[in-house]
Design a protein around this ligand. Structure first.
Ligand code: AMP
Length: 322
């Protein structure tokens, strides 16, 4: 019953905030590269954006923006869908809540961290790892590449799948958590010891930023007071700002050869980032000028996601006795 799909890849992006250069280099570009090797399902996990206080209009706008960005970066050959348009995700999540326990959900580090400062949080913040398990199990992937911060959630997914299979029959493929190849890790330009995030902090570059905005952000990037002839060199411990700029430069196809001053380095980084992001921004503008294509792609993608997930949900529903 549980046919695994070794070449299937699933990745979800939550529409909270605006995608950054970090998301682009660390997630989106590798997703584009994967399209040639696997049957890729990429979803916008709008349901996961509901676990904290949210504004409906802002969520709708962020979902629409991300939908067009995924196409603008070149994910045309993947199955693109919006999670809430594939009801099996929330339906299976409920069935899995009936095998999960409050004890194990209470042990999730992300929940403990996010709930630490509040007396009371949305119930969905507590249960979202179960929704994440449903997200994964519905597509029967053999492997789930995850970063360290999500490893515990994949362990939970495995536990729930095994417990369900033992109690009710072999419905789910138990996926293995694998470590993805180390990709670019882009740091904040003004605080290079923290990751560049989706928040519109001064040290962040948005995927859709215009060349001027990019130039200004990079000109404000922190470096150090080293003025020696070899000041432009990578040293993550002693020179985190300069190292980050060099890594961004390399990730965007630029070269640091012959650069001796921070001014020259910043100009080279600006040119490389603008050259990388400008085509994306232009394709994005075309796509949103007439959204018909975006709408068609997501309708087709969501339909395929419904088709693929329906038999898994049906098997789980029958097995559990409904
Ligand atoms: P998040 O923005 O944290 O929801 O992450 C979405 C995806 O983008 C994940 O695959 C992250 O690993 C990736 N990502 C987010 N921020 C960065 C960053 N600063 N550098 C590299 N990858 C990132």
């Amino acid at each position: 019953m549980s046919v695994p799909h070794s070449t299937r890849r699933l990745s979800l992006l939550t529409p909270s905030g605006r995608l950054s250069l970090g998301n682009y280099l660390g997630a989106l570009r590798p997703m584009v590269a994967q399209q040639r090797q696997a049957d890729c399902f990429y979803g916008i996990s709008d349901l996961h954006a509901l676990t904290v206080a949210h504004d409906p209009a802002a969520l709708r706008a962020a979902t629409a923006e991300q939908a067009a960005i995924l196409l603008a970066v070149g994910l045309e050959d993947s199955t693109l869908f919006v999670q809430s348009r594939v009801p099996a995700h929330s339906q299976l999540s409920y069935l899995l809540e009936c095998v999960a326990t409050t004890g194990e959900l209470g042990r999730m580090i992300q929940f403990k961290t996010k709930a630490r400062d509040s007396r009371s949080v949305r119930t969905s913040l507590f249960t979202y790892p179960v929704l994440m398990a449903a997200d994964i199990l519905l597509y029967r992937p053999e492997q789930v590449p995850v970063g360290e911060d999500q490893r515990q959630h994949v362990e939970l997914t495995r536990d729930l799948a095994q417990r369900f299979n033992q109690a009710y029959g072999p419905v789910f493929t138990v996926p293995e958590a694998t470590t993805p190849p180390v990709g670019a890790r882009v740091m904040d330009l003004t605080d290079p010891t923290t990751k560049m995030s989706k928040s519109r902090a001064a040290g962040s570059i948005g995927i859709l930023d215009d060349p001027d905005t990019i130039r200004r952000a990079i000109s404000r990037a922190v470096t150090d007071s080293d003025t020696g002839p070899d000041a432009v060199r990578a040293d993550r411990e002693a020179k985190p700002g300069v190292t980050n700029l060099l890594e961004i430069l390399a990730a965007c196809g630029g070269s640091a050869e012959g650069l001796t001053t921070y001014g020259a380095l910043k100009r080279a980084v600006t040119d490389a980032v603008v050259a990388e992001l400008d085509p994306v921004r232009k394709r994005y503008a075309d796509l949103v000028a007439d959204r018909t294509h975006v709408t068609d792609v997501y309708e087709r993608g969501s339909a395929r996601a419904r088709e693929v997930t329906e038999p898994v949900l049906a098997a789980a529903t029958a097995a559990i006795g409904l």
